[in-house]
Design a protein around this ligand. Sequence first.
Ligand SMILES: NC(=O)c1ccc[n+]([C@@H]2O[C@H](COP(=O)([O-])OP(=O)(O)OC[C@H]3O[C@@H](n4cnc5c(N)ncnc54)[C@H](O)[C@@H]3O)[C@@H](O)[C@H]2O)c1
Length: 378
Amino acid sequence: MKSLNIGMIGYGFMGRAHANAFRKVSNFFALDRQPVLKAVCGRDATKAKEFAAQWGFDSIETDWRKLIERDDIDVIDIAAPNDMHAPIAIAAAKAGKMILCEKPLAMNAAEALKMVAAVEKAQVPNMVWYNYRRVPAVTLAKQLIDEGRLGRIFHYRAKFLQDWTISKDLPQGGAGLWRLDAKVAGSGVTGDLLAHCIDTALWLNGPMDKVTATTETFIKQRQHTLTGKVESVGIDDASLFLARFANGSLATFESTRYARGHKALYTFEINGENASISWDLHDLHRLQFYDYRDEGRVRGWRSIHVTDAEHPYMDKWWVPGLQIGYEHSFVHQAADFIQGLASGTPTAPTFRDGLATDYVTDAVLKSAKTGRWETVKK
Ligand SMILES: NC(=O)c1ccc[n+]([C@@H]2O[C@H](COP(=O)([O-])OP(=O)(O)OC[C@H]3O[C@@H](n4cnc5c(N)ncnc54)[C@H](O)[C@@H]3O)[C@@H](O)[C@H]2O)c1
């Protein structure tokens, strides 16, 4: 089998999720290229060596530019914070590498547009790791919608709730806390958490026309880990918006890191003329489905345990009834990307799809400032 040499940048949360996916994918999926963990790149050589030893990478780099220059790397996989996505991706495209990039694609849509131009000019395969599309229950939701089972869609409702930044003593910036530093993250929960909700929504429910939003920064100043100084906080701690989709449906989106008791509560519900579906990340292997056309005596919400062989991706795993988890969504995405290379089909979400989400997050942040409805760029 021909190898597909991976050069991964960043070895934090997502570095582990990606490395795990590349290690497992060819055990479970029939592929014509074998991913090889060729090099991991991080600024700290000792930590990078430790990570390489634990996860089975052949080598390390401490400068991402060196990684891109290497002839033995086919794919640059960006698992570094948001401010690094554009410079790395644009340089990698110029070097003719395939590129996998973590979400959000960029700090803002202007930057994302440059990344799209770079990969499309270089004609290199590219994909954004919006992994929730490949949770089997979410993929099943997509199938049910595309089959027209819901009928006309009236409502889309999504939220993503966490509670880890409530303490005013939590600093901003640096390792583990870059999400609180606007210069590194671009935005707060809008680009971090709502970006996931928006990507799923655009995929399931089509394009969004306009939005009206409100955001809040509850803790206005925090000590910066890198400077040691108390600095103003530039990110949105909470973000809520209303949206109108091109298909005529109305939507609400909410995200916060101040919902005490919630760690990663991503939920969505879609209400159509005939049927409704809802999904909850805390119970990710289930899809709730209600069909008004069922016989009245037995009509009600069904909780579908998405573990049967006819469910998306599930024939590749265990026997019916045995569920899989979060990490498998990355395995599925890696499998689809490698299979897409063989068939010559771009694997969604591409950078262009990632740009569509950044257009929405830009409009949300703009609306929160202007207090008006803002049109989403297409
Ligand atoms: N798809 C998802 O569900 C999901 C989940 C979490 C994070 N993310 C995204 O993944 C990216 C990384 O997030 P994370 O949670 O893994 O962060 P993290 O802080 O756990 O890890 C970031 C890594 O990048 C490294 N890094 C930072 N600057 C670097 C540089 N200049 N050169 C090389 N390495 C550098 C850090 O040392 C660290 O290893 C972000 O864009 C984030 O939004 C996506």
